[in-house]
Design a protein around this ligand. Sequence first.
Ligand code: NOJ
Length: 754
Amino acid sequence: MKYYYTLIVILCFFSCSKKEQTQNTASGNNAQKYEEVINELLSKMTLEEKIGQTNLRGTSSRAKTLSDELKQDVRDGKVGALLNVMRTEFVDELQKVAVEESPNKIPLIFARDVIHGFKTMFPIPLGMAASWDADVAKTSSRIAAIESSQVGVRWTFAPMLDIAKDSRWGRIAESPGEDPYLASILGKAYVEGFQGDSLNNATSIAACAKHYIGYGAAIGGRDYNTTVIPNSLLRNVYLPPFEAALRAGSATVMTAFNEINGVPATGNKYLLKDVLRDELHFDGLVVSDWDSVIEMIAHGFATDEKHAGELAANAGLDMEMTSKAYEHHLKNLINEGKVSEAQLNEFVRNILRVKFRLGLFETPYIDKSNEVNFYTKEHLSEAKKAAIKSTVLLKNTKVLPISKQTKIALIGPMAHAPLDQMGTWAFDGEKEHTVTPFEAFKTAQVNFKYVSGLTHSRDQSNTQFKKAITTAKEAEVVVFIAGEEAILSGEAHSRSNIDLPGAQEDLIKALAKTGKPIVLVIMAGRPITITNIIDDVDAVLMSWHPGTMGGEALHDILFGIIEPQGRLPVSWPKTAGQLPYFYNHKNTGRPANKEDYVAMYDIPIGAWQSSLGNDSHYLDIGYTPHFPFGFGLGYTTFSYDAIKVSKDTINFNEDIIVKATVSNTGKRVGKEVVQLYIRDVVGSITRPVKELKRFEHVVLEAGETKDVTFTLSSKDFIFTNNASVRAAEAGDFDVWVGPHAASGLKKSFYLQKK
Ligand code: NOJ
């Protein structure tokens, strides 16, 4: 009875104050009231119930029945949140048990990996990053939230904000790429989209900034591998996207699987308490990754499950995903004085705060007032827009755009691969709704003939080659849709060789012999090394895994209805042996240059050891990527001119204005992503050779010229050095404005301390 009374008081308070709750994070009086109610609840909870709140129980989304055991655990207050309950009737039933029968009637949160769309699939996150467009990212996560909240999901494990510099790493597919500035802009946008104007809106879902932290720095690009990240690198590269997501109000954070400098992220007190709570003032909930608590045993950091629980608890981990170290041992650990009850209370506070912010105490059930709408016209149109904005044109010897009457041979294992086109993390997307290039061509009545040539991306047989070659000979242009199946990227799906798998290169080479122009389209979860075939094809379009509307987007691009608009969010390697490669690297003491570089096969036989110029390069592939970060062509051309800086010397409290003129020198309207990079020439620790600091999308008519203006201040030059000093340093700076990281007009200025 007394629990029931408490709940009524809580509900009354929250329904009365609903209008005031317009922010994702409550502030002022509201925040204080939340805390009072949470404390009141805490005072009524037993140790077991508190531990129950820290339990994120995994279930199978394919389960056909609801187990009595799970219901009983919810009834007993042993579960705080559930993952992958995907039947609405189960969601409602479990929530009913929680809010009507559990000891303190605390609602559950239902979680799901809604990563790049729920039903309507958007391009994979690396593809979304290629849009360089915060609006596109925000719209995609808003739509994902609208669709998934309709089946009861109120918590997603996205956005993934791991900086990724190694295309071998399978999870690069889910990453925002290699640049902290771009990743920060996207991270903020995703959070805003998922969480909407207010977290307690029925269509808002809690975001989860993951994986905190350094997961993308896995040595050798092998998933889950060890990372070594000095504090300065952590703060200058890996942390900024998380800071941006937290500033945008991300309700939750997930710890990473990896260890950093010898300490697993899930048991890392420095990262979870000192940085996340004390420095960044995060007051939402921190959840582990799947079993990452007990994986500290395999890491060699914890002796057993109990020790793993102790380490995670004392590090400050609020909620444990799927493993049961807290459930099994936290009570004893507290009784033995190894973990304090105050610490557990803190976890429960963090968890309940998120539940309050989500409005779950007030409206725990799925909002059925709106009709369930997946794949709406608007959602599909936004997904198509996103696919167009993320497609990167890497090469074009004037074969694109193709005129509508052209006779086309559509070939390749990804031309009609509705499941694979959705990419990794597409659990809820249905392939029946995917529009493949084949289907888009059919609907648009393109003059084409289709032969897959290879049944899937790993197909090694050449039995269909003959048919493909005959079809190519009968056509005017070959559109070859190559790539990787979805299963070849994503979690635990790293590759040591990132060429096109199977017999795809062989087939492309065979087709090239027909003399027909070839447009190579790549659908993949990562950059694919195409050094072996680049000269055999006339155009290359990177579609990533483009999602539900990829086929229509590609159709419009190929036929010039619209131009491809993406820019690379990662440097594109020539070979996997060059990885990790990233544009914002440091200089060596012997930076490579064209003059000193002698390619391997040009070295004279018996050459004197030091006669070739000792600088930092590979004999076989040099020192540059195949395509630089930020690169992407369109259907027109641009020129840059007249870069100016407002002053040659600025003080710390002054802005500097950088201006350049950009002209469309081609024959059609086009969009350029104008990019500004800086170099801090000398620092108390060495600084990257270039760092992206601003970019702007500029649309210009044929022949049109525009001034593009950027404003920078000393805040943009702040970094952390090895003495943990975080500041901008006086000295020389270079600034470039241009189309990508390897090109641009340059100016210099001096930052002076007065
Ligand atoms: C493991 C992944 O690393 C994480 O990103 C995901 O959210 C969880 N599994 C839950 O599926």
